[in-house]
Design a protein around this ligand. Sequence first.
Ligand code: SAM
Length: 354
Amino acid sequence: MEGFALNVKYAVIRCAHLENDKLRMKKHTQQIKDSFDRRIDYLRISITDRCNLKCFYCRPDKKIKYYDKGEVLKDDEIVRIVRIAHKYGVRKVRLTGGEPLMRKNILRLISSLKETGIHELGLTTNGIKLSEHALDLKRAGLDRVNISLDTMDAEKYKQITNGGDISLVLKSIKASEKAGLTPVKINTVPISGLNDNEIESFASLTFKHNYHIRFIEFMPATCGNVWEKSKCVKSSEVLKIISKLGDLEQMKFRGKGPSRNYRLKGAAGVVGIISPISDHFCDHCNRLRLTAVGKIRPCLFSKEEVDLKTPMRRGASDADIESLFCHAIQIKPKGHDINKGLVDQIDTMSKIGG
Ligand code: SAM
């Protein structure tokens, strides 16, 4: 408890400093910035570390033990943290995991989160269970979905996910459009020699559909030694391949997130590239992560975390938790070093919240 008290004291001092220098009042919320003048308005929350797929690079069979249920944040704890995050300027929340649709009572959680006043609530899912819930999720307050799909080949999908049924994912994409969880974003991780021959086919989907196809560089966030730099298809390479399909218009250098967006001439949808390996986007980073066990992780590639769950369960006041939250923002590093030579493999995304 002593360590916690010190931590809070330190964070209170930092917060007081912030109040003077950096707090911006907007309605009832205060927009705070981190030590590098970045506005932090996006929180990604892992609501479970459990998953119904075993993608070979993320959560292969038996390699990772699940957290005990009691260790994972409860609904009211998540809502409390989001209420505090909103007070300090977080406008956008994304639920992820693990597979977020594996969490019981997710509809109730979504409505409670929406009641906190956050502007946008998204969900990243593998799409296996989404088609059955798309409409209810929308009615509960979910704004949009990102669906992960690394291949359009049924056999390859089975191989990558260790037995997954692609037809369920394709059904979910349609169901999400119908439910208005739009624009539907499709996340694809091109891996050299595995699915890089499908980049054109994925991008071609945007001619007919208003999908946002997002190509994410393969990161050293895997279970086991699966990652090698040579397996990561650089975004520049992806763009070269896509530009064979037609003129590419860059839509905006960068929105609030890390994606650089393009539209193929005449296309209905958008192609986005996310380049954590080949192009540092840390200067624009606006996000924090909350792990399934209640730790704020200011940077995906730094192991530094701030525990909110332990103090909450020991009776910490909202003011204490607010101070810790502000502290987490202040220790957000300037950038990661994964592309400066030595690569430090971090935990699998399913533990941190991908
Ligand atoms: N189960 C959900 C899903 O499949 O979308 C949410 C969790 S999953 C960890 C979130 C995203 O992280 C997926 O799109 C997955 O492809 C991506 N991901 C996992 N490991 C990755 C890695 N090493 N590099 C890049 N993306 C990764």
